[in-house]
Ligand binder design. Structure first.
Ligand code: GDP
Ligand code: IMO
Ligand code: MG
Length: 428
């Protein structure tokens, strides 16, 4: 049986998954997104070209790779079409190689309005800091069995009835907070205008994936977000509404449990988080500023400044186990080049005692005291290094420290945003 790979972020997202998926896609026949939606922002840099993928798998940049948006993804049809047009602008073809699962649920325009209303007017102080892309509200409707699947577009009469029912429920809420109600005819007519364009991409992706499995084609599963944003295993409620962790692959694609999937865990050499929620190793003052400015840590989707801090090995130990990570890709090590000392968190103290596992409760995480080990910096440029032997000794020590702590090998080290700025320690 062929080996397949999953690229999964082990922190709070933005670990550099886009770059690594693009890098690995060269030798891969199919890339599959299995969760999330256009809340993701996966950046791929090739020479002077910068492409940010939100919904479409990063594999699309390689002409021969087939790309699938699986049933576990929530799809904003309008953003989908916009993203396709952008790709066409880069000369990237999509027809016949990009497939949307008929079983994926839609994000409709009112979902992002609901996202904003809930965040700003209802949650207020307790807001999550979502991307306001309507991700949560769409998954809510899916779980509430009132969501609209893409397959409804096959049958306009059925689609109309489904929209009517969904809008009826939404309007009860809107009336309750004195907001103007939705017009289901308008929502239906608008979606029907782009129906033909969407139908060109909608397919039974279960069959495509199963066929690839039969042919022993290597499949690459592209995670969006990160393990600590998982709705079950993350820092709830400060999470997204899907399963970026490995289990999401099975429910989000239908690949079947007899498939061998090597999980490649993507780890940024420090930590970032966008939006609200606990962040025990968040740096303060000058250190945070250096990380943000050197790392250009501004959201690829919303442009928000990302909160920055030190590498949290204690949470990573949890993410490694949770996903059954086979090897680690360490990204953005070059951002640490200027530090004299580099802190890594090796445990959390809570009420005077060391914890034996990462707590998911945000009210505990808010109060833990991170325990740090201080490692020597290297104070020389690692930017763009492609040969491990050229790495400064202290950077090698940093990598080795991570491997030892996590008992997991580092297979790739990324030293810059471009495909080429990479050290391959183990060929895939
Ligand atoms: P993703 O969401 O996990 O795909 O990550 P993002 O694209 O949101 O953020 C990662 C950012 O870091 C992007 O701007 C990448 O171009 C950039 N990047 C990725 N790897 C490296 C690296 O090794 N060094 C530097 N300097 N930048 C990197
Ligand atoms: P990629 O794939 C970083 C965060 C939001 C917010 C929380 C919930 O680029 O790594 P949502 O809109 O999903 O309901 O927001 O999740 N978030 C991300 N943070 N990278 C992402 O994606 C993210 N997608 C969502 O900032 O805190
Ligand atoms: Mg991102």
């Amino acid at each position: 049986m062929s080996k397949n790979y999953a690229v999964i972020g082990l922190q709070w997202g933005d670990e550099g998954k886009g770059k690594i998926v693009d890098l690995l896609s060269e030798k891969i026949k199919i890339t599959v997104r299995y969760q999330g939606g256009h809340n993701a922002g996966h950046t791929v840099i090739i020479g002077d070209k910068k492409i940010v993928l939100h919904l479409i798998p990063s594999g699309i940049i390689h002409g021969d790779t087939k790309c699938i948006i699986g049933n576990g993804v929530v799809v904003d049809p309008y953003s989908f079409i916009k993203e396709i047009k952008e790709l066409h602008g880069f000369g990237i073809k999509t027809k016949g190689r990009l497939f949307l699962s008929k079983d994926a649920h839609m994000i409709l325009p009112f979902h992002s309005e609901f996202d904003s209303i809930i965040e700003e007017e209802i949650r207020g102080e307790q807001k999550i800091g979502t991307t306001k892309r309507g991700i949560g509200p769409s998954y809510e409707d899916k779980a509430g069995r009132r969501g609209i699947k893409l397959s409804s577009l096959y049958n306009p009469e059925y689609l109309k009835k489904e929209i009517d029912y969904l809008v009826k429920i939404k309007n009860i809420f809107l009336k309750g907070i004195n907001k103007s109600t939705l017009d289901s005819n308008k929502i239906y007519e608008d979606i029907m205008e782009i129906r033909d364009e969407l139908l060109e991409y909608i397919a039974d992706t279960f069959l495509i994936i199963q066929k690839a499995k039969e042919n022993e084609d290597t499949i690459l599963f592209e995670g969006a977000q990160g393990a600590l944003l998982d709705i079950d295993f993350g820092t709830y409620p400060y999470v997204s509404s899907s399963h970026p962790t490995v289990g999401g692959i099975y429910t989000g694609t239908g690949i079947g449990a007899d498939t061998e999937i090597d999980v490649v865990g993507i780890v940024k050499a420090y930590t970032t988080r966008v939006g609200k929620g606990p962040f025990p190793t968040e740096a303060k003052g000058e250190d945070e500023k250096i990380l943000r400015e050197r790392g250009k840590e501004y959201g690829a989707t919303t442009g928000r400044p990302r909160r920055c801090g030190w590498l949290d090995l204690f949470s990573l130990k949890y993410s490694v186990k949770l996903n059954g990570v086979k090897s680690i890709v360490l990204t953005k090590i070059d951002i640490l080049d200027s530090f004299e000392k580099i802190k890594v968190c090796i445990g959390y103290k809570y009420k005077g005692k060391m914890l034996d596992n990462f707590p998911t409760e945000s009210w505990i995480l808010d109060r833990v005291e991170p325990v740090y080990e201080e490692l020597e910096g290297w104070r020389t440029s690692t930017y763009g290094i492609t040969d491990y032997d050229d790495m400064p000794a202290n950077a090698k020590n940093y990598i080795r420290y991570i491997e030892d702590f996590l008992k997991t090998a580092v297979s790739i080290v990324s030293t810059g945003p471009d495909r080429k700025e990479t050290i391959i320690l183990k060929e895939f």
